[in-house]
Design a protein around this ligand. Structure first.
Ligand code: N01
Length: 543
């Protein structure tokens, strides 16, 4: 019987908590931590609940070798505390998971947030009581907390997708999921290891696993565009040089123009193919996701995007020695950037190592997992360990896993049976006083998720502050406003190339999940939600 190796939180024993408070915050990742901080500053009694044994959210769970951020560390940081910014020093251009986790832990300690959080505790139910205008939140530890408001900061990539591979339970060796990696170091040396999945997690972990394993077999269903990170240690001079850029970016977050591209920029002619190529060369050398900023219309104009795709495919052919492997690694049936682009360190070159093999599941489907390995339509692979880099039930998974019963007794999962819907990605009609941090219908995962979290937490805090000041106790979106917003979210996506890939952005990676493009990829979101607040929370019913 195979085991899925993972962290099992030490539930220990503690008496169940029976309490009342103003706000329950679910999740202690970057969104939850900041929510707890801000709401406490507002003078509210806050209780945080976190399934993990510590803070950090995705960075608590994703301990797989090679895990690091894909946005430069100096930007992958909170902006709300100048002291925090000054006292924290990132060691690398793209920080690795242990350092990012230490940052989250530092924030929790620095701002004394831990004492407000119940760790090793998973919310099972949240029930709205219409008469009392409160939520009753229950947990797997027997806690029962009554609160007027719930803030769901449960993360967009927190429920691992564990595909039902036929026979997986028979495999005799350990099975690891990148999103639930054990706390102890896993030593793959001398082992025959397989990685299934070649998204960002697979692309990051494959070169690291290859360093130790005796044999590495990568089972790929869909190839991904990946660009080099060109990670490096950050010197004091690097940090000083980045200061003005970061200051400008932070300033721009406050501007009405943030996240807005001038309409005419989309139609602006792009230079000739050679000049485009030269620009891509420059960005490839620079490293990181800058390639997606080469031209404003790269994600809206197929002809422009095609050249970028050709460029990356050309790079793959230049790196990978075996032409057939290079071909299999080259994405061909979707545009660049419409699945989250991967940022790697030596990914494609890993396939030149003699002990690493790519198996293309499109030509050689996986038929079963046996006690000793994996069988495809044509071959058997003997394995000692299996790594599932198979992603997440993204954006809605964690919310649907709880029984959240709203005004009419229906659960959020039922309300979202045909696909998620949330006004501004923040609130759902029928679920009063329940806020979602970076929910479906907001930009969330598209940009820098830490700053998306900050934006939502600040909006929610201001909203609750304003309600308190006006003696209001209840807020809920108007169904029409929510419908119109979701139509706008769909329309914004349809004006881009995003829908042209079977991505987790639209739930395509989970069997049976309704296909709805979930993140908001339109213009000027921050300004828009700020204006809605200024206009007295237009589209919401308050009383
Ligand atoms: O997950 P994914 P991920 N048989 O869904 C394959 C963020 N992130 O964990 O594409 C065989 O992207 C699946 O194949 P296909 C980032 O936002 C960031 O890698 O469905 N294969 C795909 O190849 C990212 O986008 C970082 O055909 C199966 C892979 O598994 C998001 O998290 C690092 C399969 C899953 O790729 C998710 O990334 C890591 C099956 N039955 C993650 N089922 C940073 O760099 C699935 N696959 C910050």
């Amino acid at each position: 019987m195979s085991r899925l190796e993972q962290t099992s939180p030490d539930h220990g024993s503690r008496p169940p908590l029976v309490a009342e408070c103003d706000v329950v915050v679910v999740g202690a990742g970057f969104g939850g931590l900041y929510a707890i901080y801000r709401l406490r500053e507002l003078g509210l009694k806050v209780i945080g609940i976190e399934a993990a044994s510590d803070v950090g959210g995705t960075w608590y769970w994703n301990r797989y070798p090679g895990a690091r951020c894909d946005i430069p560390s100096l930007l992958y940081s909170y902006t709300w505390s100048e002291e925090l910014r000054r006292e924290w020093r990132w060691s690398e251009k793209y920080a690795a998971q242990p350092e990012i986790l230490r940052y989250a832990q530092h924030v929790a300690d620095r701002f004394a947030l831990r004492s407000l959080i119940r760790f090793d505790t998973r919310v099972t139910d949240a029930d709205w009581d219409e008469a009392a205008e409160s939520w009753t939140v229950r947990t797997d530890r027997g806690d029962c907390i009554v609160a007027s408001t719930c803030v769901m900061a449960t993360g967009n990539l927190s429920v691992p997708n564990k595909p039902k591979l036929p026979g997986l339970e028979r495999f005799h060796g350990p099975v690891y999921h990148t999103g639930q990696w054990p706390h102890q170091e896993i030593d793959f040396s001398g082992l025959r290891v397989a990685v299934i999945g070649t998204g960002s997690s697979g692309v990051q972990t494959i070169p690291m696993v290859a360093k130790a394993a005796r044999r590495l077999t990568v089972f790929q269903r869909t190839p991904n565009y990946s660009v080099p990170a060109r990670n490096a240690p950050l010197s004091d001079a690097d940090i000083a040089a980045a200061e003005p850029v970061i200051a400008k970016y932070r300033e721009s977050l406050e501007s009405p123009e943030f996240g807005r591209v001038p309409a005419n920029a989309f139609d602006a002619p792009v230079p000739e193919r050679d000049a485009q190529w030269a620009r891509y060369e420059q960005l490839w050398e620079q490293g990181g996701g800058g390639i997606l900023t080469a031209f404003p219309n790269i994600l809206t104009d197929a002809a422009v995007n095609d050249v970028a795709c050709d460029f990356v495919r050309d790079k793959i052919r230049g790196i990978v020695n075996d032409p057939a492997t290079a071909e299999a690694l080259s994405p061909k049936d979707y545009p660049l950037g419409v699945k989250r682009i991967c940022i790697d360190t030596g990914y494609f070159a890993t396939y030149n190592l003699p002990h690493v093999e790519l198996v293309d599941l499109r030509t050689e489907p996986l038929t079963s997992v046996t006690e000793t390995g994996v069988e495809t339509a044509t071959r058997s692979f003997t394995l000692d360990a299996l790594v599932l880099a198979t992603g997440y039930d993204a954006m809605t998974g964690a919310l649907a896993a709880m029984q959240i019963r709203g005004r009419n007794g229906a659960t959020l999962k039922e309300a979202w049976a045909d696909g998620p819907s949330a006004y501004l990605g923040l609130m759902v009609s029928g679920f009063p006083n329940l806020f979602v941090v970076t929910g479906p219908g907001s930009p969330s995962v598209i940009g820098n998720v830490i700053h998306a979290c900050e934006n939502h937490v600040e909006w929610i805090t201001a909203c609750l502050g304003s309600m308190r000041a006006r003696g209001l106790t209840r807020i809920e979106p108007e169904p029409d406003a929510e419908r119109a917003w979701m139509a706008h979210v769909a329309d914004a996506a349809s004006r881009t190339l995003y829908p042209k890939a079977n991505s987790w952005y639209q739930g395509a990676n989970i069997a049976g999940k309704p296909r709805v493009f979930m993140p908001y990829v339109g213009q000027g979101y921050r300004h828009r939600i700020a204006q809605i607040a200024q206009r007295g929370y237009e589209g919401f019913v308050l009383r």
